[in-house]
Design a protein around this ligand. Structure first.
Ligand SMILES: [Mg+2]
Length: 274
């Protein structure tokens, strides 16, 4: 049985003192000397949303702090995003190279530029392509994003009425395939993604498996697609919801960006030796 079926998500935020206690315990474990692992979603977590997603640059203060963390050379830093991995480095604009898990974990871009892509079976690829062809011709007034392992519809910025219509037509197109083995439907803020392959929990599992000797591990995310990663990390690391407004979540700690996010990164820097 999966965690999702045996444990209810938190229905309200942990009290401020509970959250502070969790953070204190987490950062006190840095004294062990093992390399900490900092895993970060991008959109909504490190950067505020933009209708034009190629304009989504980090919140003020975030880039400087991530640069400082990289400069310390103590933390293993990775971005785990729904975007194609190559989109992250130019937006994030760090001084150093960074590891990125893209397409919700189906793609891995190493800091040295090597790239791995999870292959999906040919018949699934074909079925996905039929649907993508439809959307290239008519995207229902939304923004269609063509990914290697997925079809994504965005309606950020549309009026509520238009958004509803786009969502309805997209669901009608995606749902028959979503029920078939190997596919799943990801709901996120202002969009819907029909995809095949690994999700963010798969990325977290893979990262934890290869970093067995890692020190304290945290994953920060904002969206519904990050909840699977929060679940995957349970008992093995700190899960952090980064969001202006509270919502039910599996995450253990809630931070409001950018102030509390920057505060968290400052504590990270200090815990690694200042
Ligand atoms: Mg996000």
């Amino acid at each position: 049985m999966s965690l999702e079926t045996v444990m209810a998500p938190h229905t309200e935020g942990a009290s401020a003192s509970e959250a502070e206690g969790r953070l204190e315990r987490f950062f006190s474990a840095f004294e062990g000397g093992r390399a900490p692992l900092l895993l970060l979603d991008y959109d909504g977590t490190l950067a505020p949303f933009q209708v034009d997603r190629f304009k989504a640059v980090p919140w003020p203060g975030v880039r400087e702090r991530l640069n400082a963390i990289q400069k310390q050379k103590k933390t293993r830093l990775a971005v785990v995003t729904g975007r194609p991995a190559a989109e992250i480095a130019p937006l994030l604009g760090l001084d150093g190279l960074i590891e990125v898990w893209g397409l919700h974990g189906a793609e891995r871009l190493y800091p040295d530029g090597r790239r791995e892509l999870e292959r999906i079976p040919e018949d699934m690829e074909r079925r996905l392509e039929v649907l993508r062809r439809c959307l290239r011709e008519d995207s229902f007034g939304g923004l269609f994003e063509d990914k290697l392992n997925a079809a994504v519809m965005h309606w950020r910025g549309a009026s509520p009425e238009a958004a509803r219509a786009i969502e309805e037509r997209t669901r009608a197109l995606f749902e028959p395939l979503a029920h078939q083995r190997g596919f799943n439907l990801l709901e996120f803020e202002s969009g819907l993604e029909l995809r095949a392959g690994r999700d963010k929990s798969g990325a977290i599992e893979a990262l934890l498996a290869e970093a067995r000797e890692a020190g304290p591990t945290a994953f920060l995310g904002d969206d519904l697609t990050d909840e699977k990663a929060f679940c995957a990390l349970r008992g093995r690391g700190l899960s952090v919801l980064v969001r202006r407004a509270w919502r039910a979540t599996w995450a253990e700690v809630w931070l409001r960006p950018p102030e509390e996010l920057c505060g968290f990164l400052d504590r990270w820097i200090a815990a690694c030796g200042g």
